[in-house]
Design a protein around this ligand. Structure first.
Ligand SMILES: [Zn+2]
Length: 198
């Protein structure tokens, strides 16, 4: 659990205030303004996603390649935790039932993009076949982040990222994201944006 570094963003979609994991119960996020935010979000499949637990199986953390490059460009020894806690404009929810990914704008709580898995393609080229104008996304699940911080709070960002067993590439129009096994380079999953009201 992350009580060692207690401050983190409140997980309720749209909440701008800071909160901390409740070190006593480890089960809820408590807003510093006094209220309890039981972060929940409904998925289109009917499942209810929750960030009440810490870590949450419904939360994933997505970082752009430029964010990572900028962070490491100024400090090669930057800690994973210090990179994670920076305020970001979007948060990402993952449905364990249908595997959709929801991109939520933090200040408004609005879902701006929704990705639906369509399964891997038959492309044999794997990550080598990805066009150079696609961008890499660094995707870490909340559970993975928690495990890494718990194992070693001083985990370095530069050392941790290569250990993640997936690489995600995003098309220039942001309509397609492909997940590759980081070791074999083989495609393991493919997501496309879903049209209609998020
Ligand atoms: Zn779902």
């Amino acid at each position: 659990m992350r009580q060692k570094a207690s401050l983190k963003l409140c997980a309720r979609a749209g909440c701008p205030v800071m909160s901390k994991c409740d070190s006593a119960t480890k089960r809820k996020l408590t807003c510093i303004e006094g209220g309890e935010h039981m972060g929940r979000l409904g998925c289109n499949c009917g499942a209810i996603m929750s960030s009440v637990n810490c870590p949450s199986e419904n939360r994933i953390h997505v970082f752009s390649d430029s964010e990572v490059i900028n962070a490491l460009g100024t400090d090669r020894t930057k800690k994973l935790w210090d990179f994670y806690i920076v305020d970001r404009a979007y948060e990402y929810w993952y449905c364990t039932t249908c595997r959709r990914v929801h991109q939520i704008k933090v200040d408004s709580g609005v879902c701006v993009l929704r990705y639906k898995p369509i399964g891997k393609s038959d492309d044999q080229l794997g990550i080598l076949g990805v066009s150079p104008d696609w961008r890499e996304l660094y995707v870490i699940t909340d559970v993975e982040l928690d495990e890494a911080i718990e194992r070693d709070f001083d985990t370095k960002l530069a050392e941790y990222l290569p250990r993640v067993r997936r690489r995600v590439m995003l098309s220039p129009d942001q309509q397609t994201a492909i997940v590759f096994d980081s070791i074999t380079g083989i495609e393991v999953d493919r997501y496309v944006t879903e049209s209609g009201n998020p």
